[in-house]
Write a protein that binds this ligand. Structure first.
Ligand SMILES: Nc1ncnc2c1ncn2[C@@H]1O[C@H](COP(=O)(O)OP(=O)(O)OP(=O)(O)O)[C@@H](O)[C@H]1O
Ligand SMILES: [Mg+2]
Length: 217
């Protein structure tokens, strides 16, 4: 399902010199697999998720997702690919406050081909327990509720891969457990490959597989 090979990514540092950020030899995740990605702050967890989602392009290597090598595609085609195959729950959720929860979820479909099923956003919000908050803007939702809107948006296009970057980072333990269960149950129900970056030991321990970024080089 996902196969990363001989991957290298570097950023230009403040002095203009390329600074290596991530090196990865050979890494796979199977369809429907659920895994946690751990590692120290700055170890490259977010960078790795951004490579798998095609938000970033590696300097070198193969980023094969669902049979397509994203490293060979330009930005527009990677954006299209992401819209059609990948759901991303960002750490800071990236919800738009000028829009209601339902509109935020509907916006998840904007870049995909074809028309979204009418009513799908509402169904997803019901499924994450927010049927009664569909018309609220994100600023009038609790942080845990925002996390759930973000998950609903990520599911809008029926992704095969769900990436979550510290999805429980800003939540209290009770909400964190709820959001984690929702992520895992949804992924399991739809055979979605779930990759969850986290620094929370308890979250990582909930997963059947846990990879440390520093060990992948
Ligand atoms: N736009 C950028 N330009 C230059 N360097 C960057 C850029 N974004 C990230 N980096 C560097 O890449 C490294 C990895 O960052 P990344 O955000 O992937 O770490 P992380 O493991 O997600 O950390 P955290 O646990 O703090 O979220 C860091 O050392 C950071 O300085
Ligand atoms: Mg990060």
């Amino acid at each position: 399902m996902i196969h990363l090979q001989n991957l290298r990514l570097s950023y230009p540092g403040p002095d203009g010199q390329e600074a290596p950020v991530l090196a990865l030899r050979d890494w796979r995740a199977a369809r429907g697999e659920q895994l946690a990605l751990v590692g120290g702050s700055g170890s490259g967890k977010t960078t790795l998720l951004n490579l798998i989602s095609g938000l970033l392009k590696p300097n070198q290597g193969v980023v094969e997702v669902a049979g397509t090598d994203l490293a060979t595609l330009g930005e527009a085609r990677r954006d299209r690919f992401r819209a059609e195959h990948i759901g991303y729950v960002f750490q800071s959720f990236h919800l738009l406050d000028g829009f209601s929860a339902r509109e935020n979820v509907e916006l998840g479909a904007v870049f995909a081909q074809g028309k979204p099923e009418p009513g799908r956003a509402a169904e997803l919000l019901e499924a994450v327990g927010l049927g009664h908050r569909m018309n609220y803007p994100p600023s009038k939702l609790s942080v845990g509720q925002q996390a759930r809107v973000s998950l609903a948006r990520a599911l809008m296009n029926k992704p095969e891969v769900l990436l979550a970057d510290e999805p429980t980072g800003s939540l209290d333990p009770e909400n964190a457990a709820q959001v984690l269960a929702l992520l895992r149950d949804t992924a399991e129900a739809h055979n979605i490959t779930l990759i969850c970056a986290t620094h929370d030991r308890e979250v990582a321990d909930a997963f059947p597989r846990c990879d440390r970024v520093e060990d992948l080089a």
